[in-house]
Design a protein around this ligand. Structure first.
Ligand code: PLP
Length: 387
C-alpha cells in the first residue's frame, strides 16, 4: 500500500525557535500585556515603513481600520468607499461608526480597485477611500492618493495582505495615505496569532488611535506602572475601545518582522514554481507586480477557465480528497445576506467580482512549505485539470 501523505493545509504560520524563545522570555518577564515589547515592535515596524511616522500595534486589522476611520472623524451618514471583493471586516468597520460603506467593483485582472472605479463612486458625502491590496498585490497608490487629494478625501488602505509589498519601489505602508493597516492574523505573512498595526504619518491620527485603542485612557498601563507618579491615576478622555496588543504577541511579532523578507522570498519562489507549473493548464494565473516590485503572495489565487474539466467547487473537493487544503478569496460582499439586503447589492453591479468569485481558488502558499509540498500541489492540480 502506498502511504497516504499528510494533509497539506492551505495556510500555516512559520514559527521557529527564536519566536518560541521570545515568547517564553516574555512569559518569564512578569509583564504580559502592552508594554516594552509592544513599544519595540512598533519602533521596528515604523523604522521599516515610515521612519518619520508612527506605528501603533493593535489586536487585529479590524480594530486598526476601525480606529483609523474613527480618528479621521468618520461618523453617521458619511460614506466610505470599499471594494466589493474583500473580507467583511473592510466594510464592517464603516458600519461600526454609523457610516455607509459604498461598494465598488474591482479590476477583472488584478482584482484590485481602480482609480476610475473609486472616483465614479464619490458623492458629496464621501469621506474616506479604502483600497485593499488584494492577495498582496499593491494597488495604484500614487493614482488613488492623487485622485483622493483632488477631491479632498482621506485614504486608509487595508494592507491586511500586503506585508511586504511594493509599488514603484515603495513599500505599502510608506505611501502618504492617512493610515495603512496591516493584519497579523494566523494565516498572514507575519503572524502573532491575532494582531495588527496602524501606520500613519499624521500625528493627530496617531494620537487619537493611541488613546482610543485603550479605553480612551490618557496614559497606558505600562506608563502608569513604571511612572514615578502614583500608578493608580488615569483619565478617560473619550469612550474608547479595548484594542491594544499584548507583549506576548509583540515579542512574537518582532522576531517575525526580522524574518519578513526571508519569509517573503520563500513565498515568491513558491509563486514562481506555481506560475511555471501551471503555465499550460486551464487556469488564469494571478497578476504579477511590475518588474522589481514585491508581491507579498499572502494568497495565490488562480481562476479556473471555461475549458477546465471541473467546476470550481468540484475542483476544491477533489483537492481535499487528494489531501490538499484550498480556500476561496473572496466570497464578495454582495453575496453575503447582510450586505446584500441592507444595501440592495446584486451580482450585476459587480460583474468582475462576481466572475472572479465563481472560478477563484486559493492554493496553499506559506513560507514553511517544502519543495515536496509544492511539487505535490503542482502535480495534483495538473492531474485534476488535465482530464
Ligand atoms: C482584506 C482584509 N481586511 C481585513 C481583515 C481583517 O484582519 P484581522 O483578522 O486581523 O482583523 C482581513 C482578514 O483576513 C482581510 O482579508
Amino acid at each position: 500500500m502506498t502511504p497516504v501523505p499528510p494533509f497539506l493545509p492551505f495556510a500555516k504560520p512559520d514559527i521557529g525557535e527564536a519566536e518560541i524563545a521570545a515568547v517564553v522570555e516574555c512569559l518569564r518577564s512578569g509583564w504580559l500585556t502592552t508594554g516594552p515589547r509592544t513599544k519595540e515592535f512598533e519602533r521596528l515596524f515604523a523604522e521599516l515603513m515610515r521612519p518619520n511616522g508612527q506605528a501603533l500595534a493593535v489586536n487585529s486589522a479590524t480594530a486598526g481600520l476601525h480606529l483609523a476611520l474613527e480618528a479621521l472623524g468618520v461618523s453617521s451618514g458619511d460614506e466610505v468607499i470599499v471594494p466589493d471583493y474583500t473580507f467583511t471586516a473592510s466594510a464592517e468597520v464603516v458600519h461600526y461608526l454609523g457610516a455607509i460603506p459604498v461598494f465598488v467593483d474591482v479590476d477583472a485582472r488584478t482584482l484590485n480597485v481602480t482609480v476610475e472605479g473609486l472616483e465614479a463612486a464619490i458623492t458629496p458625502r464621501t469621506k474616506v477611500i479604502m483600497p485593499v491590496h488584494f492577495s498582496g498585490l499593491a494597488c495604484d497608490m500614487e493614482g488613488i492618493l492623487a485622485m483622493a487629494r483632488r477631491h479632498g478625501l482621506a485614504v486608509v488602505d487595508d494592507a491586511a495582505h500586503a506585508l511586504p509589498s511594493t509599488r514603484n519601489g515603495c513599500l505599502v505602508g510608506s505611501f502618504d495615505a492617512d493610515a495603512t493597516v496591516f493584519s497579523f492574523y494566523a494565516n498572514k505573512t507575519l503572524s502573532t496569532g491575532e494582531g495588527g498595526m496602524v501606520v500613519t504619518g499624521r500625528s493627530d491620527v496617531a494620537t487619537r488611535c493611541g488613546i482610543m485603542r485603550l479605553h480612551g485612557i490618557s496614559r497606558d498601563a505600562f506608563a502608569r506602572y513604571t511612572s514615578s507618579s502614583p500608578a493608580w491615576h488615569y483619565e478617560v478622555v473619550a469612550p474608547g475601545f479595548k484594542y491594544n496588543l499584548t507583549d506576548i504577541a509583540s515579542a512574537l511579532g518582532s522576531v517575525q518582522l526580522g524574518r519578513v523578507h526571508e519569509m517573503a522570498e520563500r513565498r515568491r519562489v513558491i509563486a514562481e514554481a506555481y506560475m511555471e507549473g501551471f503555465a499550460d493548464v486551464p487556469l488564469e494565473l494571478p497578476a504579477r507586480p511590475a518588474s522589481g516590485d514585491l508581491h507579498s503572495w499572502h494568497l495565490f489565487v488562480v481562476r479556473l477557465t471555461d475549458d477546465a474539466p471541473l467546476a470550481r467547487d468540484a475542483f476544491i473537493d477533489q483537492m481535499y480528497a487528494s489531501g490538499i487544503g484550498c480556500s476561496v478569496h473572496f466570497i464578495p460582499l454582495h453575496r453575503h445576506p447582510y450586505w446584500r439586503d441592507t444595501y440592495g447589492l446584486a451580482p450585476e453591479m459587480f460583474p468582475n467580482a462576481e466572475r472572479a468569485y465563481r472560478s477563484a481558488v486559493s492554493l496553499p502558499i506559506y513560507s514553511g512549505m517544502t519543495q515536496e509540498d509544492v511539487d505535490r500541489t503542482i502535480a495534483t492540480v495538473r492531474r485534476l485539470l488535465s482530464a
